[in-house]
Design a protein around this ligand. Structure first.
Ligand code: DX5
Ligand code: ZN
Length: 220
């Protein structure tokens, strides 16, 4: 019997060759990954520009998988409608990018999508404890946002544990996702620390056997 893994795997297309996007999405679909991770960057919140909601809509349409929009943009509230219209299944904005995270989360109610916040490596995880109960997901960045291919920051493991125990202490349902530098060397520790979803980009595209890589991240 194939063991059902507790951990989801989401593949970031940031580092892919966009002239090969159709092939990339098929590779992700065939790999057994659970979703596609869309890294949206505005060149202001992070020193890089990626793509917007129209390309996100193309990827949603072509991928055949649920897509998560990771908004690394200033004033994320201004982009919510466009990415909901693009058909994403989950929308995450950075808690550092708005002064009013509760108000931003309320804007996402009623669309039938999962919602949550992303947290930079230097942001204390305790800062999102008040939001537990209002979010479906907390995405813990294990690299400084803006680029793929960076090295995993090991301090993230402590943040995963702290967040998991805070949610368990209050019986609050919470998906903990980790994003940045995730690969075969840190996946088991992240699962053991309480992560529910692992986001991978560079390590996925560098893997000689994509399905085996996904199984390894899942611990299956
Ligand atoms: C970084 C992005 C991550 C990154 C993951 O700002 O949020 O999703 O693309 O890619 P790797 O796995 O290459 O770190
Ligand atoms: Zn991301």
């Amino acid at each position: 019997m194939i063991e059902q893994s507790r951990v989801n795997v989401s593949i970031s297309v940031l580092s892919t060759d966009f002239t090969e996007l159709e092939h990339t999405l098929e590779l992700i679909r065939l790999s057994g990954a659970d979703s596609v991770h869309l890294d949206i960057m505005d060149g202001r919140f992070v020193p890089n520009i990626s793509f917007g909601s129209s390309i996100a809509a193309d990827i949603v349409r072509a991928s055949g998988l649920p897509c998560c929009a990771h908004l690394m943009i200033e004033h994320p509230e201004e982009a919510f409608d466009a990415f909901v219209a693009a058909g994403v299944a989950e929308l995450l904005f950075h808690v550092e990018a708005t002064r009013f995270p509760f108000r931003a989360l309320q804007l996402l109610n009623g669309f039938g999508i999962r919602k949550g916040v992303a947290v930079n490596p230097a942001t204390q995880v305790e800062s999102v404890f008040p939001l537990l109960g209002s979010v479906d997901t907390v995405l813990l960045m294990s690299v400084e946002p803006g680029f793929g291919g960076q090295s995993f920051l090991p301090g993230t493991l402590t943040k995963v544990r702290a967040l998991r125990s805070a949610a368990d202490r209050t019986g609050t349902p919470l998906r903990i996702a980790v994003d940045g530098g995730v690969d075969a060397s840190n996946a088991a520790a992240l699962r053991d620390a309480g992560a529910d979803e692992l986001v991978a980009g560079t390590a996925f595209f560098g893997a000689p056997d994509a399905p085996a890589f996904v199984r390894l991240l899942k611990g299956a």
